[in-house]
Design a protein around this ligand. Structure first.
Ligand SMILES: CC(C)(COP(=O)(O)OP(=O)(O)OC[C@H]1O[C@@H](n2cnc3c(N)ncnc32)[C@H](O)[C@@H]1OP(=O)(O)O)[C@@H](O)C(=O)NCCC(=O)NCCS
Length: 180
């Protein structure tokens, strides 16, 4: 990823007093913080993110999550300094679909940081980045029982649709307008 891209997705905000949160691109050298982040997620959160709660977290798996095939993929990290160490508290990512026009996205926030507006900020940053890259549509699959993600998607204007033949999943889609 080039410096311009990094700069364009780096933002800061402060949803909780005393914690300045930054949003920046995830990089291959984020292996350690990504490993701590993934292994710290509750089973419920991993299942909601469709990460397969029972799947062991191997170094290869974490390496794959931090090896971003830009510009086909982008992952944005929400980070905060805790005890002098940068700590990953949320990741939103997209990957281009085969047609190159749309992308599929997914999002996960660390359990202790959920419900503080971080998911909304990450999703807004991700859709802005996708839009800036000329992507026409962003969609994702959400468990139909996942009230938090469906509520967030609704709030940000995503269209919610049943997945034919699989009532356990809901597809959420946002049409992205071309940047001027
Ligand atoms: C779903 C998830 C990403 C939401 O992120 P978050 O940071 O907790 O959500 P936010 O605080 O930004 O909430 C934004 C909006 O989402 C909706 N929302 C959040 N939590 C909700 C809940 N428990 N029930 C209903 N709506 C909820 C609300 O509309 C909220 O806006 P409001 O606070 O102004 O009412 C997060 O809870 C998470 O990581 N869950 C586990 C993984 C997952 O489900 N990933 C989605 C699959 S792709």
């Amino acid at each position: 990823m080039n410096a311009t891209m990094r700069a364009s997705v780096t933002t800061g905000f402060q949803p909780v007093i005393g914690h300045a949160i930054s949003i920046r691109a995830l990089r291959a050298d984020d292996f350690d913080i990504e490993y701590r982040f993934i292994t710290g997620l509750s089973l419920e959160t991993r299942n909601s993110r469709l990460l397969g709660g029972a799947r062991p977290v191997t170094p290869e798996y974490v390496a794959r999550l931090t090896r971003i095939d830009f510009p086909r993929e982008l992952a944005l990290a929400a980070v905060v300094m805790l005890g002098g160490e940068e700590t990953l508290i949320g990741v939103a990512r997209y990957a281009l679909e085969a047609d190159g026009a749309g992308c599929e996205f997914a999002l996960v926030i660390a359990d202790a940081w959920q419900g503080r507006g971080i998911g909304r900020r990450l999703t807004e940053s991700l859709t802005a980045a996708a839009q800036a890259h000329g992507i026409a549509r962003m969609s994702g699959y959400v468990l139909s029982t996942n009230a938090a993600m469906l509520g967030l998607a609704r709030k940000l204007g995503f269209r919610l649709q049943r997945v034919p033949g699989d009532a356990t999943l809901t597809q959420v889609t946002l049409e992205l307008t071309r940047p001027n």
